[in-house]
Ligand binder design. Structure first.
Ligand code: AMP
Length: 555
């Protein structure tokens, strides 16, 4: 027997309409490329999105067309999210930190019809466009008074504000199937070309609701939320949808993503919650230490994208700022878990609770997870045995866009997505990522987890950042070495004795937890570690740089 309830399609336009009606004082504050602050009410954004929808119509954008963005976080980018999806087209966000060839690849692969580019990124686009066979029409995201940047391609150049300026500010948003594609994002950080994930109105709306449920301590009416995570990658973790849905204001940082600028913005805009990857939130922490105080009103941060250390958690929580931890992937819209302390563990000594925060947490509502062994067979969730993590949900991709090879590899177990993360899950459903499958180190036929080593090394007071990587070895196939950035108080001490003493110290720290054969063979100190396009430490690049550390093993 079927239920007898109405069926209303889950469409993104409803989020904006609801926000405008229920939370009209919600603000969207943007630091734009010229370093000025612009503030809009959610109703202004709805009206400007309507104007944009008319302009898209005038440019003959049809349902299903891909409309690309190459832009930092601000209100115009948010308007594109709503207007493009609202007319049934697909908002394809492009990561400007991708190599130029890959930007050209994604524009071509997605078949973008229009491309909206920030003034400040026009120079980059100028280099990319000659690599694209059928370049899209270019619209520059700039104020009416700004002269258009010189792009040497043949593409038409339009100005966003001029384009929407004379349009009517209401729009009869159409109804359509909730499974209609709404957004598109390409994954990065792996070898080969990026892979496209095509989100739908249904998955995006469900994700917004799930995130609201899971992070209610951060996202609520009156909260002021800073997505340091970019709108150009994985929907800025869903914040452009969840914040309006719950009446939280959005504060956008534009291109100014260094520690001092973020601190200043948080302070002046009284940000209550900041969301970002560990590298950026560590830069903010350094600024907090320099200023001798946290930004006014900052109540919590949400950190994800890479593992976090106990020191990172302590530094923030000692200031009274709650650390929320989450894990997710582009393929998962992106949030999969939330790492709060389960009620059943809140009686534990604080020391144990700290360790629990490092775990990536329990699945948010609707996410199923299983751990499988090398044969693809499910293994017990006992918090001990690690294997590859598989997931499924209404907010997880079912395939990659126009990419049968990558689809066959990641979706071969019917109904499940292979994450490529190595993890265990304990009896309370609490996930711990122990590595990326491709970052595991295989020494003499045995596996070593780089992430577990890094977590231990990061507790050393003289290590600010580190990566443990596999280096080809003539006898053991691979051996681990540590590449690390020392803390500023370690100074520029290039004295080899001091370095050797630090390595000894790190080894004795590791010796408490790990057997002798797992001990890294070397510690290399560097000034900085290479980052991926999404701000994570690029182990791929490090593996290339240190490939011949033990000599050329291909000889
Ligand atoms: P992306 O698709 O760029 O969001 O990257 C997804 C990958 O980032 C995951 O498969 C994990 O390897 C990693 N990741 C995301 N969140 C975390 C976290 N909290 N801890 C450890 N790794 C994470």
């Amino acid at each position: 027997m079927l239920g007898q309830m109405m069926h209303q399609p889950l469409l993104i336009k409803n989020i904006l309409a609801h926000s405008q009606m229920a939370f009209p004082t919600t603000k969207i504050v943007s630091r734009t490329g010229d370093n000025s602050i612009q503030s809009h009410l959610i109703g202004d954004i709805a009206r400007r999105s309507a104007q944009l929808a008319h302009a898209l119509d005038a440019l003959n954008v049809q349902a299903g067309d891909r409309v690309a963005t190459l832009a930092w976080n601000d209100h115009r980018h948010l308007e594109l999210y709503y207007a493009v999806s609202g007319i049934g087209a697909v908002c394809h966000t492009i990561n400007p930190r991708l190599p130029q060839k890959q930007i050209a690849y994604v524009i071509e692969h997605a078949g973008d019809k229009l491309l909206f580019v920030d003034e400040g990124l026009a120079g980059l686009l100028e280099k990319v466009l000659p690599l694209v066979k059928n370049p899209p029409t270019i619209i520059v995201l700039a104020g009416t008074t700004s002269p258009l940047p010189p792009l040497n391609a043949d593409a038409d150049l339009l100005n966003y504000e001029v384009m929407i300026g004379d349009q009517a500010d209401d729009f009869d948003w159409p109804d359509f199937d909730e499974n209609t594609a709404s957004g598109m994002c390409y994954t990065s950080g792996t070898t080969g070309n990026p892979k496209g994930v095509l989100y739908s109105h249904r998955s995006t709306t469900l994700h917004a609701m799930q995130v609201a449920l899971s992070f209610a301590n951060a996202l609520h009416e009156g909260a002021r939320v800073l997505p340091i995570v970019p709108l150009f990658h994985v929907n800025a973790w869903g914040l452009p949808f969840t914040c309006p849905l719950v009446g939280a204001s959005l504060i956008f940082a534009g291109p100014f993503l260094d520690g001092p600028s973020l601190f200043e913005l948080m302070d002046s805009q009284q940000v209550t919650s900041a969301w970002g990857v560990p590298t950026v939130l560590t830069a903010v922490l350094q600024e907090i230490k320099r200023a001798g105080r946290p930004p006014k009103g900052l109540n919590n941060i949400l950190v994800g994208g890479s593992a976090i250390s106990l020191g990172f958690i302590d530094d923030y929580e000692d200031l009274g700022i709650t650390v929320n931890h989450a894990w997710g992937m582009t393929e998962m819209s992106p949030i999969g878990t939330q790492g709060s302390i389960p009620a059943s563990s809140r009686h534990l000594p604080l020391e144990k609770q700290r360790h629990l925060k490092k775990r990536q947490g329990r699945g948010i509502f609707g996410i199923d997870m299983k751990i499988v062994d090398q044969n693809g067979d499910e293994i017990a969730q006992d918090g001990k045995q690690s294997g590859e993590l598989y997931v499924r949900s209404n907010t997880t991709a079912a395939q990659y866009y126009n990419n049968p090879e990558a689809t066959a590899e990641a979706f071969h177990d019917a109904g499940w997505f292979r994450t490529g993360d190595i993890a265990n899950i304990d009896a309370t459903g609490n996930l711990l990522i122990t590595d990326r499958a491709k970052d595991l180190i295989k020494s003499g036929g045995e596996w070593i987890s780089s992430l577990e080593h890094e977590t231990a090394i990061m507790t050393h007071k003289s290590i600010a950042q580190c990566a443990v990587i596999a280096v080809p070895h003539p006898k053991w196939d691979e051996r681990p070495i540590i590449i690390a950035v020392p803390t500023s108080d370690f100074g520029d001490d290039k004295d080899s004795k001091v370095r050797a003493a630090l390595f000894e110290d790190v080894l004795s720290l590791l010796g408490v937890e790990f057997p002798k054969w797992q001990m890294p063979d070397a510690l290399v100190l560097v000034d900085e570690l290479p980052l991926t396009a999404t701000g994570k430490i690029s182990k791929l690049r490090l593996r290339q740089l240190y490939r011949d550390y033990f000599g050329d093993t291909n000889e």
